[in-house]
Design a protein around this ligand. Sequence first.
Ligand code: FNR
Length: 349
Amino acid sequence: MRLSVREFEALARDRLPRYAYDFFAGGADDEVTLRANENAFTRLSLVPRVLRGHRERDLGTTLLGARIAVPVVLSPTAFHRLAHPEGERATARAAAAAGTVMIASMASTVPVGDIAKAGGDDLVLWLQIYVQPDARITRELVGRAEDAGCRALVVTVDSPVFGRRERDHRNGFHDLPPGMYCENMRDLGGQRGVRDIEMVAGLSWDHVDELAAMTGLPIVLKGLMHPADAVTAVAHGVSGLVVSNHGGRQLDTAAATIDVLAGVASAVGVPVLVDGGIRRGTDVVKALALGAAAVGIGRPVLWGLAARGGEGVSEVLALLREEIDRALALTGCASVHEVTSDLVREARC
Ligand code: FNR
């Protein structure tokens, strides 16, 4: 029996080829931000309330109109078939069973329509996209998300260029192995075959407006860190934000996400999610206290998937669920909505 999310990383490391483990685990440059995301949680302490007489806890909440059973969503991560042959299909089944949102990556190795089918009617599916230089390609991707029944588009805005991941360079990992492709990029723009995902160096608010004009789906921006950008985002009509530094894979030495969360959350009225370094139920409670509507997990899902396929993802989600429930009980909260900012403080150490 595995007792913590971190144990799954060790299992995954044993099972995966080196290049795949490093692709999942790694970050940009010196990996300062990668480490900072996790470490920042240890600098925050909880200040529990007692004697409140709650027998049970309700872990559920609502995100963009969808009821979810736990305040933990699956952040988008690329290439799930590198972790397990069933890839995103297995992830989707686990997300549906746990009653939470899966944000499928545009760089998924199963097409978004097939991810939706695998998850079934219970899955709340959102698609993450990178705006493409050719607006027609972006529009086709949006159409694929709509056809698959996705309920939101998550636009990643922290990647005008690719971060430099030294582990991938060292391992010579530049392409997927034979037989694996970014399936959402297949047969787009009247061309047969799989297109490369491109970054838009001049990414701007105009692209957000253009995208909003293409779809009736709610738009969530992922990869914001600065409160001023959050305010502008809301002025452009976005429905939600994900405070994220891409798990330390883009700008190295960017702040830990939990350290900037409160500034963003207090600046806007839309739901704010946060991801980066969340490995324990207490991390989730700290994020809720600092204003998050829910959190996202990236690598923990990949570790579960690599260790035991969909079952492994389910185990990771169940572990976090149990830890959140216990942390709520021990902080005197009957629901995620009772987690207030006075329950967390900077640790003096
Ligand atoms: C990512 N992330 C990511 N984000 C995104 O918007 N589109 C993507 O395709 C990917 N791909 C991706 C691959 C891998 C291997 C990782 C580890 C991450 C970033 C992801 O959504 C999320 O922001 C971080 O993973 C959160 O940090 P933790 O939970 O991994 O610490």
